[in-house]
Design a protein. Structure first.
Length: 164
């Protein structure tokens, strides 16, 4: 069986210190939470705390693709200058370098095309949930870090705790 993760090693962004109880568990980081953290949104600070207190962080290759595309889109729409997007891109890759990145394996894609307990769910959201289910079959229970209401509802219906 192919290994589900590629491990990249460096450090998670060690930004300001906010107090929140220790978490100390594995977590799956979905794109909405990662982008909120990168962009400095209020909910993003809570997401950062979850990541910093996690024992291990997992994300899909899709998370990286979606974050990169969001930065490209923001520049194209005039929301960010190229230099600002470049700084956010570096921050993204520094964080992800210490996470386990799950490949888009055939079994994940096969699960994503099947129905979920709460429909409708968008295609990329289905891939995130399918990735989390794949990890759950290997690692056991862990929370999903997401700010997307659709993903949060489906994840809860499947028995995942959600953060933040």
């Amino acid at each position: 069986m192919e290994r589900p993760c590629v491990s990249w090693t460096t450090i998670v962004d060690p930004a300001d210190q906010l107090s929140e109880p220790a978490f100390q568990a594995d977590v799956y980081a979905e794109s909405s939470a990662v982008m909120a953290w990168l962009q400095g949104e209020n909910e993003g600070q809570r997401a950062r705390l979850v990541v910093e207190s996690a024992r291990a962080v997992y994300c899909s290759e899709l998370t990286i693709i979606e974050c990169e595309r969001a930065l490209i889109r923001a520049v194209a729409m005039g929301l960010y200058r190229q230099d600002v997007a470049a700084v956010l891109r570096v921050r993204l890759h520094e964080a992800v370098s210490s996470w386990s990145v799950v490949r888009l394996l055939p079994e994940i894609l096969a699960r994503a095309i099947r129905p979920f307990p709460l429909e409708p769910i968008r295609t990329l959201d289905a891939i995130h949930v399918a990735t989390a289910l794949h990890l759950k079959s290997i690692l056991g229970d862990f929370p999903i870090l997401s700010l997307d209401d659709r993903i949060r509802r489906v994840a809860e219906a499947l028995g995942f705790p959600v953060r933040p």
